[in-house]
Design a protein around this ligand. Structure first.
Ligand SMILES: C[S@@+](CC[C@H](N)C(=O)[O-])C[C@H]1O[C@@H](n2cnc3c(N)ncnc32)[C@H](O)[C@@H]1O
Length: 259
């Protein structure tokens, strides 16, 4: 499966809103302090570290496919915390975790039928998964801008066999995917987290890490800067408000399931 390389340090500096959402998700987990937890798509490891602090007698494993992210995460040292470079599509654990957590990552995984099955196998009986990821309607401005940009004459040739990197399902579709797997209970909730980036610089940091990454890697070096600037200009034109803030839609699914 195709995965992408990110700059962990830049992501760390640009991911304030992902961290806020993640902390709110963590606050929903009923923890005793001795759980074994898996964090899927742990990124720079900040949220994984928060989980490790909450389970001093447990263990936490963070996995991510990006070497840049894992190297940044590995700068965090805790006895009960491990980071491993691994593709979520290759989950191979059995009866290993009390909790499988994931924030702002699983819209990068295309095959959720397989993911939900592998997560079920990886959970202990009674274990739970708690995931928050992009759903239908997410990042609608960026999607419109990038779709337009990769189909114009200048850039079309670089995207001939390109598939959009995200899976952002509607709630009803996800319910159909999870129902046959065998979880004893599940709840899928829609969450609206539309937001205004305080400044254009904040919007640009978010475009650079992570949004534009799957696209810019296809553009020859000589025109990368031009492509990036055109995307930024189109996003500013579309989203910037009279007070300088920039609006984007952030629509998520929150998935809770018990084995
Ligand atoms: C937006 S970051 C979220 C990081 C962190 N969970 C947070 O909330 O700050 C998405 C992460 O998912 C990871 N990711 C995407 N697809 C993946 C895959 N197939 N396997 C493992 N990690 C993946 C990316 O490398 C990236 O670090």
């Amino acid at each position: 499966m195709k995965t992408y390389e990110f700059d962990g340090q830049k992501y760390k500096a640009a991911s304030f809103h992902q961290k806020e959402w993640g902390k709110s998700l963590i606050s929903k987990i009923p923890l005793q302090g001795n759980e074994i937890i898996l964090d899927l798509g742990c990124g720079d490891g900040h949220l994984t570290e928060q989980l490790a602090l909450l389970v001093p007698n447990g263990k936490v494993l963070g996995i991510d496919a990006s070497m840049g992210m894992i190297q940044t995460a590995q700068e965090i040292c805790k006895d009960n915390l491990t980071f491993v470079r691994m593709d979520i599509n290759d989950l191979h654990f059995s009866n290993a975790f009390h909790i499988i957590f994931s924030n702002a990552a699983l819209h990068w995984v295309k095959d959720h039928r397989r993911l939900l099955q592998n997560a079920y196998t990886a959970l202990k009986t009674g274990g739970i998964l708690l995931w928050d990821f992009g759903s239908q309607g997410n990042c609608s401005n960026f999607l419109t801008v990038i779709q337009e940009k990769i189909t114009v004459e200048t850039y079309r040739r670089y995207f001939e066999d390109f598939e959009m990197p995200w899976f952002m399902p509607a709630k009803s579709h996800y319910e159909e995917l999870i129902a046959p797997i065998g979880y004893s209970a599940f709840t899928i909730s829609e969450v609206n987290r539309d937001r205004y980036f305080p400044t254009s610089e904040d919007l640009i940091k978010w475009i650079d890490q992570p949004c534009i990454v799957p696209f810019i890697e296809r553009i020859p070096d000589i025109v990368k800067d031009k492509f990036r600037q055109e995307v930024i200009n189109a996003m500013l034109k579309r989203t910037q408000q009279p007070d300088g803030t920039c609006f984007e839609t952030f629509r998520r699914l929150q998935v809770y399931a018990r084995k």
